[in-house]
Design a protein around this ligand. Structure first.
Ligand SMILES: NC(=O)c1ccc[n+]([C@@H]2O[C@H](COP(=O)([O-])OP(=O)(O)OC[C@H]3O[C@@H](n4cnc5c(N)ncnc54)[C@H](O)[C@@H]3O)[C@@H](O)[C@H]2O)c1
Length: 270
């Protein structure tokens, strides 16, 4: 039995996906740059015993291709192969105009959000091609559909490029594997995680303006809700170049129509 590998999965959406895959009977490899969160996450995962499956954790910085190679080999050594590989690790931009973003900040965002996804896809694709099967899911985000907004330009630039890269790699997969390696996109919408209030690898706090909070209260969801919908679809999918979307136009429209009756407040003091 092979496994699912998820980058940046010590917390947030990645960790919620890991829990859902484990519940549904998958062996899971979680990985992250944050060692203490990774240890805590593994303890929690081991309490979920979907069909006697197993979880392991591997420290991995997605900006280092060598770390990603080691992650793949650890998963293969433990579980014999990788069925699903999810490039999920990501960081937010500091909420300021581009001209104020430092060189270091630009490099940091691009290296985690874009290069991390490219390196992770290269590693997974190469080995899946040898293996003869597999699915890669790259996580999209604000900007993937060309949306633009002050404060999210650098993040959106990376995610727009992630979308192009993933679709183009899917095309390569058609030629190289007859589409047996599925290269796909996962669009989770707006998630209420630490991500929305932190930038620069958690070093900078983002104060969300009231109007942003209002939009998040209408369109956002906890990742636990989103994985219940997307993970079964990721498992079932066997088409190359598939996009799995949570916040469809129809869902967003319904949220705006009904928000007067279904008030939610993710930001109220606990
Ligand atoms: N939260 C949202 O509203 C939202 C919306 C759309 C897409 N996304 C995307 O979903 C993914 C997960 O976001 P989240 O909300 O769970 O964020 P999060 O900040 O809660 O989790 C991200 C995880 O990635 C890890 N990470 C950061 N840099 C890393 C690196 N170099 N190597 C390995 N791991 C690293 C962090 O330690 C953290 O555990 C990201 O790709 C993000 O861009 C988030």
């Amino acid at each position: 039995m092979s496994c699912v590998v998820i980058t940046g999965s010590a917390r947030g959406f990645g960790f919620c996906q890991a829990k859902k895959f484990k519940e549904l009977g998958y062996n899971v490899v979680i990985s992250d740059i944050n060692e203490s969160n990774l240890e805590k996450a593994l303890l929690e995962l081991n309490n979920i015993n979907g069909n006697n499956t197993k979880a392991i954790s591997v420290l991995c910085n997605v900006t280092k291709k060598d770390d990603l190679e080691k992650l793949y080999f650890k998963a293969k050594e433990e579980f014999g192969g990788v069925e699903i590989w999810i490039n999920n690790a990501g960081v937010n931009s500091p909420d300021k105009p581009v001209y104020e973003i430092t060189e270091k900040e630009v490099e940091f965002i691009i290296s985690v959000d874009l290069l991390g996804t490219i390196y992770g896809s290269q590693v997974a694709f190469k080995h899946m091609l040898e293996q003869g099967y597999g699915k890669i899911y790259n996580v999209e985000g604000y900007g993937s559909n060309d949306a633009m907004m002050m404060g999210l330009t650098m993040y959106g630039t990376s995610k727009r490029a992630v979308t192009y890269f993933t679709r183009s790699l899917a095309k390569e997969s058609n030629e190289l594997s007859g589409g047996k390696v599925n290269v796909c996109r996962l669009a989770p919408g707006i998630m209420i995680t630490d991500f929305i209030t932190h930038a620069n690898g958690d070093k900078t706090k983002i104060e969300l303006p009231e109007k942003t909070k209002k939009i998040y209260n209408i369109l956002g969801d906890y990742p636990e809700t989103i994985v219940d919908y997307v993970v079964p679809k990721m498992i079932k999918n066997n088409k190359n170049d598939k996009q799995i979307i949570w916040l469809t136009n129809r869902r967003a429209f319904t949220r705006f129509l009904t928000f007067g009756f279904k008030k939610r407040d993710f930001f109220k003091e606990k």
